[in-house]
Unconditional design. Structure first.
Length: 281
């Protein structure tokens, strides 16, 4: 299992962020759409496993399969580009500017939502036999998830909003760690193992992931959940997106960049000075 040292894979993070800023609109939206759709299917799978077994931890253990699939296929999640594209801006890569970063975020958001919503509609059809019967057990659970994680937060007012935001922060700390983890190895097995651990952790601890929620909450509305579109936007999606941005960029992107990229030239210079006869050259 080939392993890259931190200074190497963090440079790959900056390179990846730069490439995403300059990616065409078509490719950005297609890759984001497929990422949202695959992650939505993984979320539906995890809920199904939880319902069938009665053990949420089993669903959490298996959920990362979707994340691994979409990453290995080169698709993009909003939670990932929140971390990668700003690094290219901070590193002052030629042609990278704030407008380019915001454009990428906007397109990825649209694509992720489109993919997740498509799967939400398709799975709602499955859970209700084409909307001809009440939702089955899995569909009923998804409807209740939407209620508990919208009006459930609203019942606590500002404290609920703070809790929601912090859950979003913690979520993308782990999810972005999975994105970075995939860069520490050049083998498929190494990438999968490195991704699996933090993704399993976030899902098991029920942190708030903006793209997973793009599936769960529209699904809940389609399946008769007792909450509104405004409940979803105000008491989940918007605070979750902000929390995901803060968590991923602060705890993963900026910390790794500061200690492994910004300090790399200094280390290299120190190493050259330590070479025998360097000062005599």
């Amino acid at each position: 299992m080939a392993y890259l040292v931190p200074s190497e894979f963090v440079t790959k993070m900056v390179d990846a962020g730069e490439s995403k800023v300059f990616m065409s609109t078509r490719d950005t939206v297609i890759r984001a759409y497929m990422a949202g759709a695959i992650l939505a299917l993984a979320a539906a799978f995890a809920v199904m496993v939880t319902v069938q077994t009665g053990y949420p931890i089993i669903g959490a253990i298996l959920f990362p399969v979707g994340f691994c699939m979409l990453y290995l296929l080169g698709f993009d999640l909003l939670t990932g580009v929140f971390v990668l594209t700003p690094l290219a801006l901070i590193d002052k890569r030629p042609g990278v500017n704030l407008n380019g970063v915001l454009r990428n975020w906007g397109l990825v958001f649209i694509g992720n939502f489109g993919g997740a919503f498509t799967v939400a509609v398709l799975m709602a059809i499955v859970y209700t036999f084409g909307f001809s019967t009440p939702p089955d057990k899995v569909g009923t659970v998804i409807a209740h998830i939407g209620e508990g994680r919208t009006v459930g937060y609203a019942e606590h007012g500002a404290a609920g909003m703070l809790t929601l935001f912090i859950r979003g922060v913690l979520c993308n700390w782990m999810v972005s760690t999975g994105v970075v983890g995939a860069m520490i190895s050049t083998s498929v097995s190494g990438k999968v193992i490195a991704m699996w651990m933090p993704i399993m952790l976030f899902f098991a601890m029920t942190f708030e992931h903006s793209i997973v929620n793009m599936f769960l909450f529209p699904s809940g509305l389609l399946l008769g959940g007792k909450f509104s579109i405004m409940d979803y936007l105000i008491w989940n999606e918007i605070p979750t997106v902000v929390g995901n941005l803060v968590g991923g960029l602060s705890f993963t992107g900026l910390t790794l960049y500061a200690t492994h990229v910004r300090t790399a030239p200094k280390r290299a210079a120190s190493a050259r000075l330590a070479e025998p006869g360097y000062l005599a050259r």
